[in-house]
Ligand binder design. Sequence first.
Ligand SMILES: Nc1ncnc2c1ncn2[C@@H]1O[C@H](COP(=O)(O)OP(=O)(O)OP(=O)(O)O)[C@@H](O)[C@H]1O
Ligand SMILES: [Mg+2]
Length: 275
Amino acid sequence: MRAVQDESITQPRGHVDSPACLTLSGVGKTFGSGAGQTEALGHIDLAVREGEFLAIVGPSGCGKSTLLQIAAGLARPTQGAVHFHGDEVTAPPPGIVYLFQQYGKSLFPWRTVIDNVAFAVEHLAGMGRAEARASSRRYLDMVGLADFAGHYPAQLSGGMQQRVTIARALAAQPRVLLMDEPFSSVDALTRLELHAIVQDLWQKHGFTAVLVTHDADEAVFLADRIAVLSARPSRVVQVLETGLPRPRDRLETPQMPRYLELRHELLAMLLGKRP
Ligand SMILES: Nc1ncnc2c1ncn2[C@@H]1O[C@H](COP(=O)(O)OP(=O)(O)OP(=O)(O)O)[C@@H](O)[C@H]1O
Ligand SMILES: [Mg+2]
């Protein structure tokens, strides 16, 4: 795995010729049986490219969370298969980290901020407690929370708690970071700050990012590619290549003609005004 301290990664990532690291082939998921059954995922084919930032958007209830859980090995498909670097995913594989929307539920309230992050680090092979804490401190620094290491989650704002979960996810040294609407429970300004943090960390650390979101602006601002899902039972109806230069700037990028064009196209699809 690439060293997490390496900040020199500048080569283009996620290009057309990058190999796929995570592949969903004909993935379908039906919950229940008989009259009460729900076909959530119809037939999903999707290859996530090594190192890219992929956004997945689609109408509410179309199966985005189900899809991400199946990709993470947290749930099994009823049809098709997921492969991670060629191996079929049947349980959560090392290297894939899942970032949940509900930061409040995913932090341990009885552990301090640094010990919440250290929890992920302690689970990496061969790391003692002192080393885990030193490493955790670096990750807290990256998300601007070094001064809050000794606080408990309840003593932090929602946005700060979500930054702790981001630090903890990175401390686990993901090869692939799967994020299920991780910014939807924070206020609009904090969301923009978290976008900048995630973009920066993704650029520096070289992991592959997959982001599920409802938010067209978030998808266009962060992603290299955007997979658009249909309503349930969902399929991938289109994959848009954003092609916007990086690093993306909060004030400049949204003014670019390409940004506005993508945002318009995406909103039209989400609102059902495009086939
Ligand atoms: N454990 C479950 N048992 C039964 N049905 C489920 C289960 N999980 C999800 N579903 C159903 O599958 C469909 C897809 O749910 P999912 O949560 O994946 O959608 P989503 O796209 O993430 O929605 P949202 O945008 O609201 O987060 C929904 O109709 C939901 O009711
Ligand atoms: Mg969901």
